[in-house]
Design a protein around this ligand. Structure first.
Ligand code: F6P
Length: 355
């Protein structure tokens, strides 16, 4: 009989609990495994924060947002002997395998554990940003797009009543997936993404054309937090850093952008930063289904001793890919998940509706 561990790392998202439930149910009912959960991401195995995961423990969690295990942005590379502590503790707890549910940072640590420390790992991709290579979609993305789309719908009515430009800022540090897809679903008049630095003159020209030639009195601009102007003068503030994985803590591009739009066009402009609302609440049915299928598959891989893999969805099928194909070495010689930037076909299709 095997004993497996599961953890959730990085930013939380809706659907994590659905994945944990699927792992536990498949492991116990399908294979008779014992399951333990590590608390607070990679802090769990480093500090020995562990609890048994029974069927009772995961009962009723399918529709709940967040993660019953808690999460953190703990990077073992920044902790003395962090990786060795993880390996030794996983062995001490008698684990045969670990299922790591996370985004690029967490998956990178998992890749290190497998490739450099030879520990049996299976990964499950989650992040509202949808920027993990090797899968069409990550757990949490569909819910974030739904939340952002609803916000865009709501902003339409107030923008129209007041003849205003509304700038809505959504998450997406390096990838514009949420901006592009919610913008398309919500009928944005302009979408700005990190993959395509923008020219503020062009932005204002598009809005002016819409107002002057098409007679529109309001506009909706969707901007990803990681978008930046071509001259680098309009961007999110990054005076704070997430030191664990060296990410700037972004936010605020909509403030600078709305100010500039109002100054250059004369149109009254307001901004909204959607922020962590995108990561909260109940997962959509699509996310629950994806999380469930990925969780089941992860345990099947463990049962077949297929380690060093990440499960994913490609073309609607549940697949597995080698962690070596989804991670790359950073400047410190540690693996980090590769970023899947926006498929620009989505952007080109949205562009038809700009202005
Ligand atoms: O989960 C990824 C992400 O949503 C990014 O888009 C965003 O920049 C980041 O999380 C913010 O996370 P936190 O505030 O939890 O550090």
């Amino acid at each position: 009989m095997k004993k497996i561990g599961v953890l959730t790392g990085g930013g939380d998202c809706p659907g994590l609990n659905a994945a944990i439930r699927a792992v536990v149910r498949r492991a116990i009912d399908g294979y008779g495994f014992d399951v333990v959960g590590f608390k607070r991401g990679w802090s769990g195995p480093i500090d020995g924060l562990v609890e048994p995961l029974t069927k009772l423990a995961v009962s009723g969690i399918l529709p709940k947002g967040g993660t019953i295990l808690g999460t953190s942005r703990t990077n073992p590379a920044k902790i003395e002997d962090g990786y060795l502590k993880i390996r030794d503790n996983l062995k001490k707890f008698g684990l045969d395998a670990l299922i790591a549910i996370g985004g690029n940072d967490t998956l990178g640590v998992a890749a290190n554990m497998f490739i450099k420390y030879d520990f049996p790992i299976v990964c499950v991709p989650k992040t509202i940003d949808n920027d993990v290579v090797g899968t069409d979609y990550t757990i949490g993305f569909d819910t974030a797009v739904k939340i952002a789309t609803e916000a865009i719908d709501n902003l339409h009515t107030t923008a129209e009543s007041h003849d205003r430009v509304m700038v809505i800022e959504v998450m997406g540090r390096h990838a514009g997936w949420i901006a592009a897809l919610s913008g398309m679903a919500g009928g944005a008049d302009l979408i700005l993404v990190p993959e395509k630095p923008f020219d503020i003159e062009e932005v204002c020209a598009i809005l002016k054309k819409r107002h002057e030639r098409r007679g529109k009195t309001f506009s909706i601009v969707v901007v990803a937090e990681g978008a930046v102007s071509k001259d680098n003068s309009i961007k999110g503030t990054s005076d704070k850093m997430d030191v664990a994985f060296d990410h700037p803590i972004l936010g605020g591009i909509s403030v600078a952008l709305s100010k500039e739009i109002e100054k250059r066009t004369g149109y009254e402009t307001r901004y909204v930063i959607l922020g962590h609302i995108q990561r909260g609440g109940a997962p959509t049915p699509t996310d629950r289904i994806l999380a469930t299928r990925l969780g089941l598959k992860a345990v099947d891989l463990v049962a077949n001793n297929e380690f060093g893999k990440m499960v994913g969805t490609v073309g609607g099928n549940i697949v597995s890919v080698d962690v070596r194909d989804i991670a790359e070495l950073d400047k410190h010689g540690n693996y980090i998940g590769k970023t899947k930037t926006l498929d620009m076909n989505f952007y080109k299709e949205s562009e038809v509706f700009f202005g």
